[in-house]
Design a protein around this ligand. Sequence first.
Ligand code: ADP
Length: 606
Amino acid sequence: MSIASFIRKYGLLLSSLVTVAFAVGIAGFRVSENLGLAELQRTGTQRLELYATSLNRQIDKYAYFPATLGLERDVIDLVAHGKPLTDTVNRYLEQLNQRAGTLSIYLLDRQGHVIAASNWNRPDSFIGEDLSYRSYFHESMQGRPGRLFGIGTTRGQPGYYLSSPLLAHGEVIGVAAVKVSLEQLEQSWATVEVPVIVTDQNGVVILASAPSWKFTTLRPLPDQERRRLERSLQYNARPLPSLGLTREEPFGENAALVRLAPQVDVVGSSRLSGNFLAQAAPMGDTGWSLTVLSPAGQVSAIAWTRAALASVASALVGIVLVLLDQRRRHLRDRLRAREALQRAHDELERKVEERTRTLRAAQDELVHAAKLATVGQISAGLAHEINQPLAALRTLSGNAVKFLRRGDVATAESNLDRIGSIVDGLGTLTNQLKSFARKSSGTSGPVDVRRAVDNALFLLDQRLRRANVAVSTEIEAEQVTALCDANRLEQVMVNLVANALDAIEGTASPTLRLHGWREGTRVVIEVRDNGPGLPEHVRAHLFEPFFTTKESNRGLGLGLAISLEIVHHFGGMLTGANHPKGGAVFTVTLPAADIGETPWATTSRS
Ligand code: ADP
């Protein structure tokens, strides 16, 4: 099959299969991706809670730290009255800072100036610095705890500022502040499995499991906002670039699919780029937000694999269904073809039967016609046969009248007896001829072969006698019986004997031998003459219709053809051959009738 015809035949089927496989693939991808993302979201939520809890715990550790400073008598005295205690408090703060592991601890007066600090003896000491611009100072001056993530202006060190008002007689007299390093807070994340970031209220990443993400922004900052932050010195003039996070599509509550572009200048950032499921949660009262980024690339990869598998499986199922359907059609077509063949066969059988019937009828007509032709030939001889008795009858009857006149009744009586027997003889002859000429049915029955042969000889008796033929018949009466039709067998015998008579015409001592015997389940009849026999060219055409070597008024060439047909009809055979001692011998073989099946009847040549 050429490619073009293949496409013509299966094109539509193939494109349907591809469409179905494609649709199944897309559906499979969607379902698998959604299931994968839902699973990712579940574990992401658990992680989010875990990280938030541990970070909150870390922050809470320092929550009351600044407030405890207000309980210290020296601290309050210093803030309330100034100088004399500065040294003592500075040392106290220094020790406290060391013990707590914080970055710095310091006290501000009402104006926001640092009046004591843990780093009092360092060159970059905060002492004397004006921190009134810090938001936590304002918060605490209003009696509330202050919280701020920021980068120190002195050393540029990032940290988490916690502040608390210092009270005397119910009045805020100053502010105590503690700065905690980011590293301390990040300790809780030493072993995080997925990227985590914490953004402050400005959307700036202040804590991140990837160090390069720190001091980037989740969204590009508008210029106005950027200027404001620069003025506040909160991030100490850091450039605050964008993290490169783009939001692809939301996924349920507090989650979204995001894409993280690889950072050009950061080694190994490719691991931290691609598609992520971002889940965020606010961090208590800090104003911060914790975001967990679960890598979604694998979910997509798995979903693609499953989609491909679903596609292939659906295509396979489709192909199997198509093949099954084709097989079913093929079987159905075969069944139909078989039925059509059966119908055609039945019809053919019927026609053959019909034609056989017609043929048989035609054949019967032919056989009968041939028989009538034979009767015609026989009749010519019979005319002579009848003329003689008629002449004898005339003489006898005339003499009888004379004898009666003379009163010689005895002689007249004897004449009349002879007349009676001559008339009987004529009756027998005409009866015989009539019986031969009758149209036979051709139905099978046991036939005494001897009688059939005798009848045939009787019909040709006149010719036999005239030609002075020595006839010998070796067939036991009522012992050799064939299964056929008596009339038809007689017809065959008349044909064979008549042919023999034609052949021996002019022979010195014409002889005709008729021999019949039983051989197993068959009966054999031989008709042998001492004529010239069958030359080769005659033997080759012996049984052909209209083959004759005789003059036109003596033979039609149908005798042997009809005889063969008759014998075949009864399941027998007819052959013609030359006898070794000269002359022709014709052999008829017919099925033997069951009756007469006696041990001696089955011996050959009885
Ligand atoms: P027809 O007798 O009308 O010629 P047949 O079919 O009976 O037709 O015989 C065909 C031919 O077979 C005969 O013409 C004759 O030549 C040959 N034939 C038949 N019987 C004999 C016989 N006994 N001896 C020699 N020839 C024979």
